[in-house]
Ligand binder design. Structure first.
Ligand code: ZN
Length: 314
């Protein structure tokens, strides 16, 4: 009799423990550590919600939408924005103070058109990202430059691209009032943008750099943004030197990509603009698509002007 009572008591205790587990958890259930694929980059969806205090993912790259980033430290974030000939790429990974990873793969739009009837002077589509007010970007015009792009010409193009945003230079007769911060410093700099060997956003070093180097996939140019507690603290820009021909002129182009158009687009990201939604063929500078020989992105369209005015109007 005594034995039977004890057995029932134990059974009740065990049952209570099993029932109590889900109710007692309170907070959302922990996301299990992903089983890590053998390739260098982990698909970003596998780390959504993962707790870095439990899962050791230090130094690992994650990928989505054709771009990669290295998972940042607690309280920090990293964002990759790419331009391509067949579309752009976007990925932001943030790690909370509690170590939880948040993955964002969609860009928020500030304004969009909904028809293809617009051209670049009537399309006011734009997007912005965390406001960044740099003091300087350092241009590495010396290393890894494509062989047909002269150093002095590249420097001149880069300064023109930066001035386009400083002055709001556009093809639509708009006269924006701007106070765009910072400058582009060309010269003998040999700082490297903080990219990984596979062309993703790596670990920040507090210096904003524009350079050439290999990018992944079909990316023409990529801008990395590092964030601390949601505030942008560093931007690096890289143009791809591995997969395509580049041009600096408009004549005789058949398959090459225009350095000034792509760099002006990337410097828009560097000044905290996102990708404009592209419904038609309006081809704003901040549209994520830049085709071979396309030079229209050298100067701004209506949405680009609206975007820089929103971020840095003065
Ligand atoms: Zn872009």
């Amino acid at each position: 009799m005594k034995l039977a009572t004890r057995a029932i008591s134990i059974a009740v205790v065990v049952l209570a423990a099993v029932v109590a587990l889900p109710a007692g958890a309170g907070a959302s259930p922990a996301v299990p550590c992903p089983s890590l694929p053998s390739q260098a980059a982990i698909p970003a969806r596998l780390v959504q919600g993962v707790d870095l205090t439990v899962c050791d993912l230090a130094g690992r790259s994650v990928s989505a939408n054709g771009v990669e980033v290295v998972i940042p430290a607690r309280g920090e974030g990293v964002q990759a924005e790419a331009a391509g000939s067949t579309g752009g790429g976007f990925l932001r990974v943030e790690v909370g103070a509690d170590g939880k990873v948040a993955v964002i793969t969609e860009e928020a739009q500030a304004a969009t058109t909904t028809t293809s009837a617009y051209d670049r002077c009537t399309d006011y589509s734009f997007a912005t990202t965390a406001k960044f007010s740099p003091t300087a970007f350092y241009l590495n015009s010396t290393e890894r430059r494509p062989g047909n792009i002269a150093k002095s010409i590249f420097e001149s193009i880069a300064l023109s691209s930066f001035s386009t945003w400083k002055n709001g230079t556009n093809s639509c007769g708009l006269t924006p009032a701007l106070k765009v911060p910072g400058s582009l410093s060309s010269g003998a700099w040999t700082y490297d943008a903080n990219f990984t060997l596979s062309g993703g956003c790596g670990t920040r070093d507090s210096r904003n750099v524009v350079d050439w180097g290999p990018l992944a996939g079909g990316n023409l140019g990529l801008t990395c943004t590092w964030l601390v507690n949601g505030a942008a603290v560093e931007k690096d820009v890289r143009l791809d030197n591995s997969e395509r021909a580049w041009t600096t002129g408009q004549t005789g182009c058949t398959t090459a990509y225009d350095v000034r158009s792509v760099l002006t687009h990337e410097l828009g990201h560097a000044l905290s603009l996102g990708h404009a939604a592209e419904y038609g063929g309006s081809d704003l500078t901040m549209s994520p698509n830049i085709g071979a020989c396309q030079v229209s992105a050298r100067v701004l369209g209506a949405g680009d002007v609206r975007a820089i005015q929103t971020q840095h109007g003065g």
